[in-house]
Design a protein around this ligand. Structure first.
Ligand code: BG6
Length: 481
């Protein structure tokens, strides 16, 4: 008789969800919170920078997680989440970023949020900076090009490490640190378009974040040797559009725009290909010997990344179809379908991404964002309002199946925090209409809506996947065996 193999994920796999403060909390100036760079992008990464932001904008209230988190956390527990990735808004704790003393009301919010998660048995992962820092640090210091931000970030980070020691084990230093190359204001607070930016200034700001990240790893390990501190990049692998050697080389160069960051954070040195890039482009950075040593001695414990899509690379710059992803615009892949927002869907690309990162670094990996932004219809089914989001289920299912394959390939994958457990304001276009959640939030692009929460079909599906430790993903294949 043929033995039926139960396909499962490793024991203690972190099935989770991920959120970002500026996209969920709202309460933009409540209880002493200062405005942030995210508030200064009221229309999203692709919109105009407004300092200060004018009029109403969706992130001001977002989905009111600041006031509604007890209800949301109960729903997450009902979904059986084992991990929640949150971010802590720097400006809730230090409203201007350079304040001498922290804002206790801001801390009280995160104290209770973290405590409630722990009571519900949900492991917390904290992103220390998720696409927002106090706006005052842009207007008075010029953003991350100023090395003073390193000390100010460390004041914030050390406070959190000490306060949440024994409660939070998993930390990420900067969200999608590589995205500055495409969206400099969003990443480092330099308000210039890519064709006008001073490259030395931008890479110096990036260097300051890389130094801050290594300092956070060092301080974290000194405070608690059990801490697991990771980096976080947006990783969309590039494939050569054709086997033409020039296209293959182009794909290598494009992939290096991400590997530059992971190489510094996981291997501890600036790679030779970046030295060449700096030389060829007249980029002169101030990097001290002490900083080099710091980077070398304080590499991350694990690598985390967001995965939404892959791209193609071609040496030919004319006449090719281009697609835009979260911030990058690149050559389209003729073999792939697109989401409602034009992002190409490539589950096998996730297996490729996992294998590539693991082969390169041999460090534990976390997928900390993966999901699909779609137009959802709230309907009444058997007297209950819900969304029949089979497209979202199909997306996550296909990606998780490929993550399972990567684990069979030998990749040390520790967790998957889906983007997102509930609908939130999009980062790129600052819309509510672009929905990612397993829970629907009644809020519309024009700001109307009751903010009530409704479980989508995907809510129950994800709960079943978690409860079966992944085997529900393969239910059909297994019953066919
Ligand atoms: C990532 C960010 O870039 O992608 C998130 O870390 C963001 O903050 C997510 O929300 C999805 O992008 P978008 O633009 O659809 O919100």
């Amino acid at each position: 008789m043929k033995q039926r193999l139960q396909k499962q994920f490793p024991k203690n796999f972190f099935w989770g969800g991920a959120l970002a403060a500026s996209q969920v909390e709202g309460a933009a100036t409540a209880d002493g919170k200062g405005l942030t760079t995210a508030d200064a992008l009221p229309h999203g990464v692709f919109g105009k920078v407004e300092i200060p932001p004018q009029g109403d904008y969706l992130k001001k209230i977002a989905v009111d997680f600041y006031h509604r988190y007890p209800e949301d956390l109960s729903l997450f527990a009902e979904m059986k989440l084992k991990m929640l990735r949150i971010s802590i808004s720097w400006a809730r704790i230090f409203p201007n970023g350079d304040d001498e003393t922290p804002n206790e009301k801001g801390l009280a919010f995160y104290d209770d949020l973290i405590e409630t998660l722990r009571r519900k048995g949900i492991e917390v992962m904290v992103t220390l900076e998720h696409f927002e820092f106090p706006l005052h640090l842009v207007t008075h210091y010029g953003g991350w090009k100023n090395p003073k931000l390193i000390d100010l970030y460390m004041r914030f980070v050390k406070l959190l490490f000490k306060r949440y020691q024994g409660k939070v084990k998993y930390w990420l230093t900067f969200n999608e640190i590589n995205v500055t190359l495409e969206a400099p204001f969003n990443g480092v607070g330099i308000n210039r378009s890519l064709d006008q930016i001073d490259q030395t200034e931008m890479y110096q700001a990036i260097h300051h974040q890389l130094v801050a990240s290594a300092l956070a790893v060092k301080a974290g390990h000194e405070i608690d040797s059990n801490f697991m501190i990771g980096n976080m990049v947006a990783y969309s692998p590039y494939y050569p559009l054709t086997p033409k050697p020039e296209d293959v080389l182009e794909a290598i160069q494009e992939n290096r725009k991400t590997f530059f960051f992971t190489d510094v954070q996981a291997r501890g040195t600036y790679p030779a290909y970046m030295q060449r890039y700096f030389k060829d482009n007249g980029i002169n950075l101030k990097i001290t010997k002490a900083e080099q040593q710091l980077l070398q001695e304080n590499t991350v414990d694990f690598i985390s990344f967001s995965y939404y899509m892959s791209y193609c690379a071609s040496a030919n710059k004319e006449g090719l179809e281009k697609i835009r992803g979260n911030v990058i615009s690149a050559v389209a892949n003729p073999y792939l379908k697109k989401s409602d927002w034009g992002w190409q869907i490539d589950p096998v690309g996730l297996r490729i991404a996992l294998n590539t990162l693991y082969d390169r670094y041999q460090k534990p990996l976390f997928i900390v964002e993966n999901g699909i932004g779609a137009n959802d219809d709230l309907l009444e089914v058997a007297g209950q309002k819900t969304v029949q989001d089979d497209y979202r289920i199909a997306y996550h299912k296909a990606h998780l199946q490929q993550a399972w394959e990567a684990i069979q390939d030998g990749v040390d994958l520790r967790g998957y925090t889906a983007w997102t457990p509930l609908d939130i304001v999009s980062n790129g276009v600052a819309e509510m209409k672009k929905r990612y959640g397993f829970i629907y939030v009644d809020r519309n692009n024009d700001g109307t809506g009751t903010l009530k929460r409704y479980k989508k079909k995907s809510f129950y599906w994800y709960r079943d996947v978690i409860e079966s430790n992944g085997s529900a993903l393969f239910a059909e294949d297994q019953s066919a065996n």
